[in-house]
Structures are given as C-alpha cells and as structure tokens.
Write a protein that binds this ligand. Structure first.
Ligand SMILES: Cc1cc2nc3c(=O)[nH]c(=O)nc-3n(C[C@H](O)[C@H](O)[C@H](O)COP(=O)(O)OP(=O)(O)OC[C@H]3O[C@@H](n4cnc5c(N)ncnc54)[C@H](O)[C@@H]3O)c2cc1C
Length: 409
C-alpha cells in the first residue's frame, strides 16, 4: 500500500493534519487504534489559558510570547495567530459550529457546574464573559432519570455558590426504560441515540416546556445529536435552555470527531479505524514502511509519516517504572530521569509527566538517537514541552502543530 502521507493516530491532531493535506491534493491514510480524547471532550477547545508561571491568559494572541521556550507554540514563530484562525476555519469547513476567538478567551461551564476559560466552544453550549452568568437567576436542572453522568447536585451547589437559586428535577420517558434496566447502558451516547428519534424528541420537549414555567434558565445534560447538531438547534430555539457538559463520553465531542472524519473521507482520505501501527522500518534516517496489526506483513509506504498518537491516555507514550517510551518508532522522549519529578502528590498540582513527550526539531521532525528522522513528523499531544491541563492549551497544540506540519511537509 502506497500513500503520500501516513498519519498514525486519528484524533484531533491526525484528523486536522489529514483534512489539511487532502485539501492540498495529497493522498493520505489515517491509521487509528481507537477512540481519541475528543470522545472525552468538555465541548470546549483550549488555546492558552495560563502561562507556566501561573499568569492567567486573557488574550492568547497577545500573551503567547510568554510561553516557555520548549513549548510547541515557539516553533510556530510568528504564525500562531494565523494558524489559530486557520484551525477555526477548518472546523467551520467540517461543519463544526464554534464560538470564540483567539483574541480573547471566554468562560464555559464544566461538568461540575464551575467555570473555565477557553478559546472555542461548540455551539451546543453558551460562552460567557464572567464566572457567575446565572447570578440572581432561577435555574431548574432537569436530568434524565437514572443518568448518573450528569451530577445535578454538584452543579446546583456550584451555581448556588455563584449566586443562582436552583431546583433539581428528573424527566422520565418510557422510551428510555430499556436503557434503564442496566445502569451501564444509561450512558450519554445511548440516550442520544434514543432521543434522536423525532417522536421521542418531541415528547421530551413537551415535558421540558412543562417544567420551565417560572424559571429563567432550564439546564439540561448535553445528550442531543451524536451525528449532527440538528436537535441542538431545535432545542435552543424553544425555551431558555442551556445545555451543560456531562461526564464522558461526550456527545458533542464524538460529533466533532465524526464531522472531521466525514470531511477527511469526503476529500478522498482513507481512515483505517481499529488498526494499530506496531512497528516501522527505518533506513538511513528515513522511515520506509510501517506495519499494522490488521495488515500483518503488508507494509504501508509513504513519502512522509506523521505521528499523532496522543499522550499516555492514548498509548502514544508509555511509562515504565524508570523510563518513558514512544512505542512505534522508539523515538527520543523528553522526560525527567528523576521519577520523583514526574508527579505531584497533590492531584490538582502541575503534574510534570504531562509535559513529557517526543523530542522534535524546529520543524517537528521526530528525533531518534539524537538525530532528526528525515520524513517523520509529530504533532499534537504526543509532543513534549507543554502541560495541556495546567496551561489549558491541549486542543490548540493539537490543531496548530498539525496545520504547521501539514504545510511544511
Ligand atoms: C480525557 C481527555 C480529555 C480532554 N479534554 C479536552 C478538552 O475538553 N479541551 C481541550 O482543549 N483539550 C482536552 N484534552 C487535551 C487533548 O489531549 C487535546 O485537546 C487533543 O484532543 C489531543 O488530540 P491528539 O490527536 O493529539 O491525541 P488523541 O486525541 O489522544 O488521539 C490519539 C489517537 O491515536 C491513536 N493511536 C495511539 N497509538 C496508535 C498506534 N500505534 N496506531 C494507530 N493509532 C494509534 C489513539 O487510538 C487515538 O485515537 C483532553 C485530553 C484528555 C486525555
């Protein structure tokens, strides 16, 4: 099998890179082992919320010069704002409706009812310019009976702390009874599939309207529209409904994954889901072939290869007791030799292990034994030098570095 580019990993980075390359007329294959971080997404995409020294970022475009010199954004040079705009455009071209701007972060709700800054938020949710948007408002939190991944009590506590008054109620629809038999079936994605039927959705809407009287805000879990945002749009036009993110799996995040994949395939890309790149043939500093689980000894060849296998969460990096490896190419990994530096006993601390990742040169070419491999690039959360949680820059690094790599192949 021969392609122009093999992309290893089909999450936000791999798909961004693939869509960009297909648009440029390249023939790409994405090999992806399984689910990506998008399946667990909050519904918001972070670009830069905080600098490593703790300074809060209000404007990513204006404050990006403050990132540490190892941060992947430094390699973008003066193209940070350009690629942030291109990322937003790529999402829109894929049909992903987003609000927000790289000039100024906004706030959005977390699944716990607290507020967090971000760059872009899926239009299921609202963006706010302050951390107490429901102050003085009467809010009714409507959950689907038996759905445990929408923590109404936590959310109500957080909203009340921020000045709202809350009531919690459950909705019961006979159509959901089949799921309710087993708590493991009562997940956001399964609920979304049931609600997707027009007659069930209409029934649900009339129940919601029945509860809404006397409240300023009706807050519901985001379990609408796995494949498209049709139902979200319909809902938002009715009463003062605010969708709130749920615990994973994330219905809006899965929708984004599907929208990006659909666009990649529409442009002629080949997406191999459920296959894992296991090893590579490397000769004279160049990758010649990669081999996957499903294709056995039939290798895939290409002019260029892009590693977008994610971090520990997706097995793009694997931690052993005393070292950290990149399992496909045996690439060099930037990490601290002293294991005590890896983590902070305070769960909410900085967690240094999140900054570990594959070592790359100024063009994001992957290093092995200290030397850059000529045709192997890395992008997204497999990279070293940034802390996606502390700095709030996960999606930004995923998208901007992928666009940069695609344009520089
Ligand atoms: C649970 C979680 C939630 C997050 N939520 C947010 C959020 O709400 N907002 C935000 O801005 N950031 C969030 N992040 C940060 C996140 O890392 C980035 O936003 C971004 O989605 C990462 O994309 P990625 O493509 O680099 O990696 P991933 O999304 O991890 O994708 C890597 C892909 O590579 C595949 N893969 C791995 N190894 C192989 C192999 N050998 N062969 C083939 N395929 C392989 C995996 O199966 C996976 O599909 C979250 C991260 C995690 C872990």
């Amino acid at each position: 099998m021969k392609f122009d580019t093999v992309i290893i990993g089909g999450g936000l980075s791999g798909l961004t890179c693939g869509v960009r390359l297909q648009k440029q007329g390249k023939r790409c294959v994405i090999v992806s082992a399984g689910q990506s971080a998008l399946h667990f997404s909050s519904g918001s995409f972070d670009l830069l919320n905080r600098l490593a020294d703790g300074t809060e970022v209000v404007s990513p475009v204006e404050q990006v010069s403050g990132v540490d010199k190892a941060h992947p954004y430094v390699k973008l040079g003066d193209k940070f704002a350009f690629y942030a705009a291109e990322a937003q455009k790529l999402m829109a071209d894929c049909g992903v409706q987003l609000q927000g701007s790289a000039d100024k972060n906004h706030y959005h709700f977390t699944p716990m009812g607290t507020m967090k800054p971000s760059w872009l938020t899926i239009s299921d949710f609202d963006c706010y310019d302050n951390v107490a948007p429901f102050k003085g408002k009467k809010v009714i939190l409507l959950n689907i009976s038996g759905f445990l991944d929408f923590n109404t009590k936590f959310i109500a506590d957080a909203l009340e702390t921020a000045g709202a008054s809350c009531m919690i109620k459950s909705i019961n629809l006979p159509e959901l009874n089949k799921l309710r038999v087993s708590p493991t079936e009562m997940r956001s994605t399964n609920i979304a599939k049931v609600i997707d039927k027009e007659e069930v959705f209409n029934k649900l809407v009339s129940v919601i309207i029945g509860f809404s009287d006397g409240f300023d805000v009706v807050a519901l879990p985001a379990v609408f529209g796995l494949a498209s945002d049709r139902l979200v749009k319909a809902l938002k036009g009715m009463v003062n409904i605010k969708l709130m993110p749920t615990m994973p799996p994330s219905v809006p995040g899965i929708r984004v994954q599907q929208q990006l994949r659909r666009e990649f395939e529409r442009l002629g890309g080949c997406y191999m889901l459920g296959d894992t790149v296991e090893k590579a043939e490397i000769e004279n500093g160049k990758v010649k072939k990669v081999y996957t689980t499903n294709h056995g000894n039939i290798g895939i060849t290409a002019d260029a290869y892009v590693l977008t296998t994610g971090s520990f969460f997706s097995n793009g990096l694997v931690a052993h007791s005393h070292d950290i490896i990149e399992p496909v190419f045996g690439a060099d990994v930037d990490f601290s030799e002293d294991r005590a530096d890896w983590f902070d006993a305070n769960f909410f601390g900085k967690q240094n292990y999140l900054t570990f990742g594959v070592a790359t040169d100024e063009k994001f070419r992957v290093k092995k034994n200290g030397k850059s491999l000529e045709n192997l690039y890395a992008a997204g959360s497999v990279l070293s030098g940034f802390n996606p949680i502390y700095e709030g820059c996960g999606a930004g690094v995923a998208m901007l570095t992928s666009l940069f790599v695609a344009d520089n192949l």
